[in-house]
Structure formats: C-alpha cells, structure tokens
Write a protein that binds this ligand. Structure first.
Ligand SMILES: [Zn+2]
Length: 239
C-alpha cells in the first residue's frame, strides 16, 4: 500500500452528491490536512434525491451541486467536476468509461477512490445501481482505459491527454475490507460535510449518533482501540 507521503493527488469518483461524505469524508479531511490534493468527480447531480415535494425537480440539481461544494469545503476540497449524468439511470457504458478516463488523465491521481461495483447483500443501500455502475466504469477507466494510449485514442489525439497509470484504488465499504482509517480527529468535519447536504440530511435528527455508531463498529472491526472511529476500505494495488 502507498504511504500518504507517496501520494500527491487523489481523485474521488462517486455517483451522487453526498456519497463521498457518507463513505470517506473523514479520511479525505486527513489527506487534505497532510497537503494531498483531492479532486471530486460526481457523475450525477442527484436530481432524483431529496424528500421535499414542494421543491420543483428542476431546482434539485443546482441545489445539490451547491450543497456538495459546501460539503467539500468542510474537508478541504475545492476542485469538483460534475458530469451531469441522470440520477438513477447510470450504466457502465463506454461513454462513461471515456468520461472517467478523461478526468483521470486530466487530474493524474496516484490514488482513486470509487464505489464497489459488487452488490452488498448485507446492506442493500450501498449497492444502489448507480454506485455499482460508477464503480465498474471507474475501475475500467483506471485499467485499462486511462493508461492505454490506444484506448479512446481521441483523448490523446484531439484533447492532448497523455496516458496515466493510477497506482492504487480504494473502495469504501468494499467486499474484502483490508484497511481502516482512524477518523476520530476529523469526525466533526465529516458531520459538518453531511449536514451541508441539507436536502438529504436535514430530516435526520440522529445523524451524528448514527454516524458515530457506524464508524465505531468499523473501528472495532479494524481492531482499533475502544472509543475510536474509523472509515473502512478495500485497498487495491492498481499499478
Ligand atoms: Zn449514492
């Protein structure tokens, strides 16, 4: 596994606004504190989300971009790329692979964070079809698309984007967890980031308790001492 000192840039690819904050915001706050540059690529605008029937649907996408931008600021991230795919209808198409390969070649990250493409039968909610599709396309973009000069050759010929090899992939909540990041010190910023998604979390009175319980269980699973909080990942050598 790469040490954080070997990492200059991280690209986080997610399906919806708020996904990154539930899954990895505490870890990301630690990375940006350490001087690592983190970029978010958000495939949809989450325009099928929200709970308030009185908000016209056309206002949801700009609102959710605004909320995600505010959430990102809580953990030191200011570079966000929204791809604008329709929420709830994402498929792992060649078009999405190309769009993600483009972002990888632009950002040139050492490490990519993306959802698992596999279904989790223990927790249905984490396996939203958009999450699985984005995970599948992102892994294909990491290997082979972004590194192969002859994959989507037009990225190089027309856009001047040279091939790039991502060295490591982190899957939050992946099927074979092997790494637990202690986020006790950044927990408050993770909570603040999630509260910034007002349209999604505004109705959750017990958000902080829920998160605390969830991250404490992850910490225990990872063998961290009592009282610690953790985010759990499957780290994959992609080099
Ligand atoms: Zn989601």
């Amino acid at each position: 596994m790469l040490s954080d000192g070997e990492v200059q840039r991280v690209l986080v690819v997610v399906a919806h606004p708020d996904d990154v904050d539930f899954s990895a915001a505490g870890t990301i706050a630690g990375w940006t504190d350490a001087g690592i540059e983190v970029v978010y690529c958000i495939v949809t605008d989450g325009d099928a989300g929200g709970h308030d029937d009185d908000v016209p649907r056309s206002e949801i996408a700009p609102l959710r971009r605004k909320e995600q931008t505010a959430a990102a600021a809580c953990v030191g991230v200011t570079d966000l790329r929204f791809l604008g795919y329709p929420d709830g209808r994402v498929e792992a198409t060649l078009g999405l692979r190309k769009d993600l390969a483009r972002v990888i070649r632009q950002v040139r990250p050492d490490r990519v964070v993306c959802p698992s493409p596999e279904r989790n039968y223990a927790r249905m909610g984490v396996s939203h079809p958009d999450h699985r599709a984005v995970g599948s396309a992102a892994l294909d973009a990491v290997y082979p698309d972004a590194r192969n000069p002859f994959a989507f050759a037009e990225l190089r010929a027309e856009e001047g984007l040279e091939p790039w090899t991502v060295r490591e992939v982190w899957l939050p909540g992946g099927p074979a967890l092997n790494h637990y990041v202690d986020v006790t010190g950044t927990f408050d910023r993770k909570v603040a980031a999630l509260r910034a998604h007002e349209s999604q979390t505004g109705h959750m009175d017990k958000l902080e308790e829920f998160l605390r319980g969830w991250l404490a269980r992850a910490a225990a699973q990872g063998g961290l001492p009592d009282g610690r909080l953790a985010e759990a990942f499957q780290v994959i050598d992609a080099g």
